[in-house]
Each structure stands twice: as structure tokens, then as C-alpha cells.
Ligand binder design. Structure first.
Ligand SMILES: [Zn+2]
Length: 411
């Protein structure tokens, strides 16, 4: 029952691990599907920041799964209980699959607040302690189609002791068992899918144990936690993710939490990951950036010059700093740049406005700046995932990798 009706149909597995396929039977009525590799739609309390539902739906190829986080919802439990009809209706969401995660991937939460029986989430009013009973009571009021089981994910920072990591794996398994028990007794959650959480910090043996034990439970899929971009060296992440995915059943999806940079997404797809959280375009939008990296795998790469080096630099792992996948439209050099954000982009922003105009909106703190950037960045990021699936289908992963190394240097 906790597995819901999610079905994964794999059409190709490239180089032994990178998976191309479709998740089918999503949502309470099973009418939705999602291509993998894919990403979820990132929201704050059900809303893509800056965009109304109407504006959002001007973007083509939106993911069919919307992510909300308990950290945004927990403090509104009484209101949702009173409302009775679930979060989807409360937030005016139509025609989407609702996934509820524990934390917001764009807001790392403070550590030191978990116990054997509780985890903590941080809302706008501060910390809220959640036991498994409260966690499940919240899920009953949210009524998601999928949710992430409760977890102790506080071992993502480097330097967590082996003993602490082992405890986090044990606690997370105990939370999962308790959640599954309550889930199976709940009529409200009939048809809802549970994703078990794989922990284990940077300890290989604990990662493997966590994956093996979680896979024994009746879950619909797996969340790989503790691999956040600024927490772990890329090579170590790839090595650990590979070890984890080798332990997981092939017929269930793997969602990697906290990783969104295009080059890191690609590396993790090669390590066997299917799904990602879509917070990266939001972070770029908040710093006044426009995604401009290239992912076209159909034109001639040689002509574009393979020698160009990425300009991300060592500081680009910091979530607050620009990556080489974007341009900072606050920069004065854009004040008389009358090109669209990206030549050939079909989004509303690029079809109707130029860089100079968005620069002006940013310089004068106009709300429309965030709206236009959110439209373009969401659209561009989804385009990247489409290209990733095409590259897997056409054996062009290496070409896509070269494209990503070039970033947006021509801009
Ligand atoms: Zn655009």
C-alpha cells in the first residue's frame, strides 16, 4: 500500500547505470507520468516563487510533480486540518502530483536538533519539533501523492563521527518503520507513495547498509539524503551515490536531494540517479542571474570551440555565489544589451524582453524582474533535463558533458 501505484518503465540503461525511462501511474488517479532523468517543480508553500499559476503555465514542459516541504507547511497544521480537503486544493494546485519533502533544499537547516524520537523543521516562525506521530498527522492533512519518510539527516556536514552516522542510519530506519505502520492504518493516505530515505553521511559502509535495509521495506522509491552541493566533494559524492544505487532495486525511482547544478546532475545521473529537486533555477533567480548554459546536442560542437575553460572557480560550490551556468544581469555591462536572455529561447521573457530591460528592472528593484527571471530560468532548466533525456536516448552524454563545461562563456 505504501508503494502506491508508481511504476517505472526503463527504456535504456547507459554505461551500466544511467537510466532513461518513464515513471507511470502517478497521482491518486494514476493519470500522470514523468520522464527520467527528471526534476520536480520547486515551490514555496505550493507556489513557484514569483509566479502565479497562470504565468507558470505559460512555460512548456513543466514537470508533473510539484514539491512542497514540511518546513513550509508544519506551522499551518491547524488551518489545514480545519480545511480538510488537503494541501493541493488549499494552494489552488490543479493537475499535478504533489510530493512532500521534509526540508527545503534551498534553505539548509541548523543541525543539533534531532533526538531518537524527533526531527525538527524550521518554518518562518522558528523550529517545530516533529515526532513520527506528528509527522504522519501532518501528512494526513497535506494528503500528498508521494512523501518522503521522516529522517535524521544531520550527518551531511563533513566531519560527522562514524558513531553519529551509524545512529542517523538507525534512527532513519526506525522512523521509516514507524511511519509505515501509521501509514498502513490510515485511510487518508490510501494510494499515497512513501519514499524511504538513505542516509550514511560520507561513510561508505553506512551508505550501503542504509540502502540495503531501506530497500527491504515496502517503499515506492528512495530519497538519497546528505549529498548537498556544498557539503561534499563531487568525486566522493559520485562514488557514494554509485555504491548506494547498486544496492537499490532497479524498478523503483531514486531521488537525490540537494543537488541541482547541471554538471553535478549529469554526474549523478551517470551514477544511477533518476530524480532531482528543482531548486537551482530559484537560487539563480534570487541573485539576479539568468541561466545561459548550452545544452544543445544537435549542432556542431567543434565549431563552438572545445578549448574554453569553465569560469566557475573554486568558490562556485557556495550556494550564494554565481556559477558558470548563468550571467549576472545586475552587471552594468547589460544596461545596453538588447539581446534576449538567451538567443533562440522560446520563453515569454526572451520572446518579449531584452537583457537591458531586465537589468533595469533589477536595478530599480521592480518585482517584474523576479517574474521574468523565474520564467526564463525554470524554462531553461527544464530544457536541460529534456536534453539530458535526449542525450541518453541518442548516446550523446559525452557531448552534453562538453557543452556543460563550456557554461555560458559566450555571453
Ligand atoms: Zn528564455
Amino acid at each position: 500500500m505504501a508503494g502506491g501505484r508508481v511504476q517505472l518503465e526503463l527504456s535504456r540503461v547507459v554505461q551500466g547505470r544511467a537510466r532513461l525511462g518513464v515513471l507511470k501511474g502517478l497521482g491518486r488517479t494514476g493519470q500522470h507520468s514523468l520522464g527520467i532523468p527528471g526534476c520536480l517543480l520547486y515551490t514555496h508553500f505550493g507556489t513557484v516563487p514569483h509566479l502565479t499559476q497562470e504565468t507558470l503555465h505559460t512555460i512548456t514542459n513543466l514537470p508533473s510533480v510539484t514539491q512542497v516541504t514540511l518546513s513550509h507547511i508544519a506551522e499551518h497544521q491547524e488551518v489545514l486540518e480545519e480545511f480538510k480537503d488537503g494541501f493541493k486544493k488549499f494552494a489552488g494546485l490543479h493537475d499535478t502530483v504533489l510530493y512532500c519533502s521534509l526540508h527545503d533544499p534551498a534553505s539548509p537547516c541548523p543541525t543539533g536538533y534531532t533526538t531518537n524520537k524527533t526531527a525538527s523543521v524550521w518554518g518562518s516562525g522558528g523550529r517545530i519539533e516533529v515526532s513520527a506521530a506528528k509527522f504522519m498527522a501532518l501528512q494526513k492533512t497535506v494528503q500528498p501523492d508521494w512523501y518522503q519518510s521522516m529522517a535524521d539527516g544531520e550527518t551531511w556536514q563533513a566531519g560527522a563521527s562514524r558513531k553519529r552516522v551509524r545512529k542517523s542510519v538507525d534512527r532513519t530506519l526506525a522512523h521509516l518503520d514507524e511511519c509505515l505502520l501509521l501509514h498502513q492504518k490510515s485511510q487518508e493516505l490510501d494510494g499515497t507513495a512513501v519514499f524511504g530515505v538513505v542516509e550514511g553521511g560520507d561513510v561508505l559502509e553506512e551508505r550501503v547498509r542504509s540502502a540495503r535495509e531501506t530497500a527491504k521495506r515496502p517503499v515506492a522509491g528512495f530519497c538519497l539524503d546528505g549529498f548537498q552541493t556544498d557539503a561534499m566533494d563531487g568525486d566522493l559524492r559520485t562514488q557514494l551515490v554509485t555504491a548506494v544505487t547498486e544496492e537499490l532495486p532497479e524498478d523503483k525511482p531514486r531521488l537525490l536531494q540537494g543537488v541541482g547544478r547541471p554538471d553535478e546532475v549529469l554526474a549523478c545521473v551517470e551514477a544511477g540517479v533518476d530524480l532531482f529537486e528543482g531548486f537551482f533555477p530559484f537560487q539563480v533567480t534570487e541573485r539576479g542571474g539568468a541561466l545561459c548554459f548550452r545544452f544543445d546536442i544537435h549542432s556542431d560542437l567543434e565549431r563552438a570551440g572545445e578549448e574554453v575553460q569553465p569560469n566557475g572557480g573554486p568558490g562556485c560550490d557556495d550556494r550564494t555565489q554565481a556559477t558558470h551556468f548563468e550571467v549576472n544581469l545586475k552587471d552594468k555591462r547589460f544596461q545596453d544589451d538588447f539581446r534576449p536572455l538567451v538567443e533562440g529561447c522560446g520563453c515569454y521573457c526572451c520572446q518579449n524582453h531584452q537583457r537591458a530591460y531586465v537589468h533595469h528592472l533589477l536595478a530599480t528593484n521592480e518585482l517584474l524582474a523576479g517574474v521574468l527571471l523565474a520564467i526564463h530560468n525554470t524554462s531553461h532548466y527544464q530544457g536541460f533535463f529534456r536534453a539530458l533525456r535526449d542525450a541518453l536516448a541518442q548516446d550523446k552524454l559525452d557531448l552534453l558533458k562538453k557543452r556543460l563545461q563550456m557554461g555560458g562563456e559566450e555571453n
